[in-house]
Design a protein around this ligand. Structure first.
Ligand SMILES: Nc1ncnc2c1ncn2[C@@H]1O[C@H](COP(=O)(O)OP(=O)(O)OP(=O)(O)O)[C@@H](O)[C@H]1O
Length: 254
């Protein structure tokens, strides 16, 4: 992270407990405007809780969350969130879903976004006739139609098949490159993290145990050797088998 860039989001000593269970402790994280951050880690390590804190959907038990220089108190007004299940309203058409909460006079934005996600021809259909991937395209359009400066993605592609998942990753990357919003993605998939993020954060037992800058150009190429080294390095860290890794994979910078 280069000095002098404006911080979009800053977390200082953030903690979160549910009853006696301490889920997050001492989280320190600075996200610059335009960053694409991926948060990875084992199931139950606290990834979604961290995202929900940033979205203002949960309150921290301690520490500070600052967005655009201002403390985040209640629900974040600038952030938009996209979930694994899309959360489309089944009684509204595709275009009505995308336009939810949008003020009158902005219909053109709906058309533009539907075109960008490749669903303009399905605008008047109901969500239940769409495939899982198409539903997530609608969910993505719905999040982006508000032109959010901060997009929070909670395992949005987790329910999709491998090929659709890669197509969706490319779509998210294209839209991020074009619109230059700040993105934070929670994912189980280390390859997905490296396909999209300029920084990957690993959470282990409620703490950030690794932060890896991914110095690969966009659009990302999966067949780049550094891509595979980065996957191995992060997976090795998560799985805790550093001692068994060959020297080839012990790289300091990717
Ligand atoms: N509202 C809640 N009330 C009580 N405990 C909770 C609540 N939300 C999360 N937890 C607990 O916090 C821990 C972390 O959950 P979280 O969903 O953040 O993990 P995660 O890393 O996103 O997991 P996964 O990858 O399986 O989705 C878990 O032990 C979970 O049971």
């Amino acid at each position: 992270m280069s000095k002098g860039k404006r911080a979009k989001l800053e977390l200082s000593n953030v903690q979160k407990s549910f009853g006696q269970q301490e889920v997050l402790k001492n989280i320190e994280l600075k996200v610059n405007k335009g960053d694409f951050i991926a948060i990875v880690g084992k199931s139950g390590c606290g990834k979604s809780t961290l995202l929900r804190l940033i979205a203002g959907l949960e309150q921290p038990s301690g520490g500070d969350i600052v967005i655009d220089g201002k403390p985040l108190n209640e629900k974040s007004s600038t952030a938009k969130m996209m979930f694994q299940d899309g959360r489309l309203l089944p009684w509204k058409t595709v275009q009505q879903n995308v336009g939810l909460g949008l003020k009158k006079g902005n219909e053109e934005k709906i058309t533009t976004l539907l075109e960008q996600v490749g669903l303009l021809g399905r605008a008047k259909e109901w969500p239940n006739v769409l495939s899982g991937g198409q539903r997530q395209r609608v969910a993505l359009a719905r999040a982006l139609v508000h032109e959010p400066e901060l997009l929070l993605l909670d395992e949005p592609l987790g329910a999709l098949d491998a090929l659709t998942r890669i197509e969706m990753q490319q779509l998210i990357q294209d839209l991020w490159m074009e619109k230059q919003f700040t993105a934070i993605l929670v994912t189980h998939d280390v390859e997905e993290a490296i396909a999209l993020a300029n920084r990957v954060i690993v959470i282990e037992a409620g703490e950030i145990s690794m932060e890896q800058v991914i110095n690969l150009p966009y659009p990302r190429q999966r067949d780049h050797p550094v891509f595979h080294k980065a996957v191995t390095k992060i997976l090795t860290h998560i799985l805790g088998k550093e001692k068994n890794v060959s020297e080839d994979f012990k790289i300091s910078n990717v």
